[in-house]
Design a binder for this molecule. Structure first.
Ligand code: SAM
Length: 212
């Protein structure tokens, strides 16, 4: 049974999402991560894995639009943005966002990434989540399995100095996984956003500045 604080938290963010026009309360997890780690800094080409119903896409689009103005300087910048969201489930359209209904564990998706991003991907967001069974240990391992597959996408597509957010579930093999991901980034952190339910073992891996 959900504890009282979690129920209250869920209700509060749910109501806030309605007021602010976000499709899910998960938007606030991403705002929290952004506040803490500034992952959207100079992000123009963005991939969102497990994007349905689309609140992270809404947030990504907001920052990408702001970045066009904020970073129009002599350093790394672009005059346009490109955002792609991928999910097995249907995601309602968002203007100027490319939504693909596909399973990200299937190899065919790589062709779409190549064509769309052309090796210039600045940021990968993944809130992708397995269908939970209710058994924390099994779910932890199944989610890690998905994370390993997503890390292949990260290795093959994220550009030099690009950033990553990746959802995992805490458990016995979590540290081993982070140790394997760590060499790929200059900075690697794990973080549980304020809006994430206390009893949930969800945790986000934040990879900053991918190495070559
Ligand atoms: C928590 S939801 C994402 C919520 C989203 N970030 C938002 O703010 O609207 C997790 C999503 O991951 C998707 N997912 C899980 N496994 C996937 C896979 N192999 N390929 C594509 N999407 C997947 C699920 O269909 C689900 O919609």
């Amino acid at each position: 049974m959900a504890n009282h604080k979690d129920f209250h938290k869920k209700e509060t963010y749910y109501k806030q999402a309605k007021v602010d026009g976000y499709r899910a309360r998960s938007a606030y997890k991403l705002f929290d991560i952004q506040k803490r780690f500034n992952i959207f800094r100079r992000a123009f080409y963005i991939l969102d894995i497990g994007c349905a119903p689309g609140s992270w896409l809404q947030v990504a689009k907001k920052y990408a639009e702001e970045n066009l103005v904020r970073y129009s300087d002599q350093h790394y910048h672009r005059d346009h943005y490109k955002i792609m969201g991928v999910d097995i489930k249907k995601t309602s359209p968002i203007e100027n966002v490319n939504i693909v209904k596909a399973d990200i564990t299937k190899l065919e998706i790589q062709t779409k990434f190549n064509l769309f991003f052309q090796s210039k991907l600045d940021l990968i967001l993944s809130d992708a989540s397995i269908k939970k069974t209710g058994n924390k240990f099994t779910d932890h391992l199944k989610q890690l399995d998905l994370c390993y597959k997503i890390m292949e996408i990260v290795r093959n597509n994220l550009k030099f100095k690009g950033n990553l957010i990746l959802k995992a579930f805490q458990g016995s093999d979590f540290v081993k996984f982070t140790k394997e991901v760590k060499p790929l980034f200059k900075i690697l952190k794990s973080y549980k956003p304020m809006s994430s339910k206390k009893k949930s073992n969800e945790i986000f891996i934040i990879g900053l500045q991918k190495k070559n």
